[in-house]
Design a protein around this ligand. Structure first.
Ligand code: ATP
Ligand code: MG
Length: 572
């Protein structure tokens, strides 16, 4: 392709609307343009990259037995009503009506659609396992669409759904997809980690998020350098930390004037923070009061609290009146002496403390010498791992100190079990002629988010640095002065030769100044630039610049194609 025919409107200035580097670079380098909040047009450069990512995805899905299909984006409300998700999906779902007043949704995901597609048609265990996937636009009316393609309202997703006859089969399908994802993100040249994830509202068994490591990422990950443990901070299971045993002292209530934060108590009593217990008070959707207790230096993990309390769907900060109704006192809470009516969840590590400090459920009063195993009413409390992981916590697998890093979730794999086959009555006949629900899995990859994550991870002050597997073009040939016929012709010949040997190459035949063209090449981030200048012409050679390393090489005319192929190969 020739640059004079390519639509890639680059900008000199950094656009003010963009916060995130990948978003800025995609706007500046002429990859995307905004149509509305969270809605973007992909221009040729972006679409070329996305098509390459989609091709890698297709190859790896097909290699595992996936079959590509295409379902409608517009989905009838009835199937969502049947699964029970029409009401609970909330404002994130974009809904519309047809001319007859019939309700539809723009698909945020396709569990309902695919389950109703195969139900009644896949009748026998002999037709299983079955893996179907599609690559298409998804719609989620995110509360805060931002960061360009990272969190948009319309985005391209690959979603695959697996159907198996039993749990063992489902786990095999899960493993196949896990391995495929590993290959996909490696082939895209990304540094990533599969991270144990919370299953969220989707339900079912296990789940991993594939997370590209980047400081700008929205997810926080705990990982171990010694073993391969990695988990999202929402999920990371933690070991109980046992305090050193002490002689038990008598529980005592003391005055702690104005000490309504843990910092104040610790300073006032001159005790280490690890000797204190703090509380966070929540209410669920039904108004139930849920009191969570952790060690003073730990933080409460709301998701873990939610998972430990049966029937709770969401948590909100508690109203003071709710706290008072059980005899509690905000800022001075403890489980000791509370009236019935609150769900009390105590972190497992708290149960291992001796002679600690906790609130006394009265203004300006605390208990000292609290030993939870002795002083908390075991009948009334739930003991669970409810704290947030912190840097330095022991690895739950090997005990090594955990590290924290940030990342971008580009894909997620889930086992769903029979959640959807049950709610949508999708069954088959097993070996014994008995009716069974399908065991399902679902597996998504955000194509645009993967492209954005690649930019977040690979850039410098001059622009994007593409891995050749997903670069819009692998090589660009630049005659520094395209008005000079000899230079242009020389460059055109090299361009044709590279093209004929299967390289995805662009000829920058624009009659711009060399400086402008070089700047654009760096901004767009082609992995290899081939320069033809009066100087190289004199020696019948070309100059090569490797975008990633900045390395400059000179090749003689005769060896150009062979050498460039070799350089490109090194970058893969
Ligand atoms: P998040 O937690 O970031 O909102 P999610 O867990 O809801 O994402 P999934 O339902 O697992 O997302 O979707 C599969 C993939 O689709 C994600 O891993 C991500 O790459 C992509 N994706 C999800 N939401 C968006 C969005 N708003 N914009 C762009 N890509 C998205
Ligand atoms: Mg996800």
């Amino acid at each position: 392709m020739k640059a004079t025919e390519l639509y890639a409107p680059t900008l000199r200035e950094s656009p003010a609307e963009a916060e995130l580097l990948s978003h800025k670079l995609m706007l500046r380098a002429g990859f995307i343009r905004k149509a509305a909040g969270g809605m973007y047009s992909y221009l040729p450069l972006a679409w070329r990259t996305m098509k390459k990512i989609m091709q890698i995805i297709r190859e790896e899905m097909d290699a595992k037995g996936g079959q590509e299909i295409m379902m409608p984006i517009t989905q009838p409300a009835e199937i969502w009503q049947e699964s029970g998700r029409w009401a609970v999906y909330g404002d994130e779902m974009m809904r519309l009506k047809d001319r007859h007043g019939r309700e539809f949704a723009l698909g945020p995901t396709h569990e309902e659609m695919i389950t109703t597609l195969i139900r009644g048609e896949v009748k026998s265990y002999k037709q299983l396992p079955l893996m179907l996937y599609q690559i298409q636009n998804k719609y989620r009316d995110e509360i805060r669409p931002r960061f360009g393609l990272m969190r948009s309202r319309e985005f391209v997703m690959k979603d695959l759904y697996s159907f198996d006859k039993d749990v063992d089969g489902m786990n095999i399908s899960y493993k196949k997809m896990y391995d495929a994802y590993d290959k996909i993100f490696s082939r895209c040249g990304l540094k990533f980690r599969p991270v144990e994830a919370d299953n969220g509202a989707i339900g079912g068994g296990h789940s991993h998020e594939f997370t590209v490591l980047a400081p700008s990422g929205e997810s926080s990950i705990a990982y171990c350098e010694k073993c391969d443990f990695a988990a999202s901070d929402e999920k990371a299971e933690l070991k109980v930390i046992k305090a050193e045993a002490e002689n038990l002292k008598d529980l005592e209530k003391i005055e702690t004037p104005d000490c309504h934060t843990i910092e104040m108590v610790k300073n006032f009593l001159q005790v280490p923070i690890e000797k204190t217990i703090k509380a966070v008070a929540f209410q669920d959707d039904d108004g139930r009061l849920i009191l969570a207790f952790v060690r003073g230096d730990h933080e409460v993990n709301e998701i873990k609290v939610l998972n430990s309390v049966e029937g709770a769907l969401h948590l909100h900060m508690a109203e003071e009146s709710a706290i008072n109704s059980v005899g509690g006192c905000a800022g001075f809470m403890s489980p000791i002496g509370l009236k019935d009516g609150a769900v009390i969840v105590v972190d497992s590590t708290v149960m291992e403390m001796y002679n600690a400090v906790a609130g006394a459920n009265e203004v300006d009063k605390h208990f000292i010498n609290v030993t939870p195993r002795r002083d908390f009413d075991a009948e009334k409390i739930i003991v669970a791992d409810i704290r947030k992981v912190q840097e330095g916590d022991p690895c739950p697998r090997c005990g090594e100190k955990l590290k924290m890093t940030r990342g971008i979730e580009v894909g997620q794999v889930f086992t769903l079990g029979n959640k959807y086959s049950k709610s949508l009555s999708a069954t088959f006949l097993d070996e014994n002629g008995k009716e069974q629900f399908f065991e399902m899995g679902c597996y998504g990859i955000g194509v645009g988010r993967t492209m954005a994550a690649a930019i977040e991870q690979n850039n410098d002050k001059d622009g994007i640095i593409w891995h050749p597997a997903i670069a819009p073009f692998e090589v660009v040939v630049v005659p520094v002065n395209a008005k000079e016929i000899s230079q242009l012709e020389y460059a055109e010949k090299i361009y044709s030769e590279l093209k004929n040997s299967g390289i995805d190459v662009l000829l920058d035949d624009r009659k711009e100044r060399a400086g402008v063209k070089f700047k654009d090449c760096d901004l767009i981030g082609y992995p290899i630039r081939v320069t033809v200048s009066p100087k190289t012409l004199e020696n019948d050679s070309v100059e090569i610049k490797i975008r990633k390393s900045g390395e400059i090489l000179n090749f003689n005319r005769g060896e150009v194609v062979e050498k460039i192929c070799a350089e490109l190969k090194k970058l893969f």
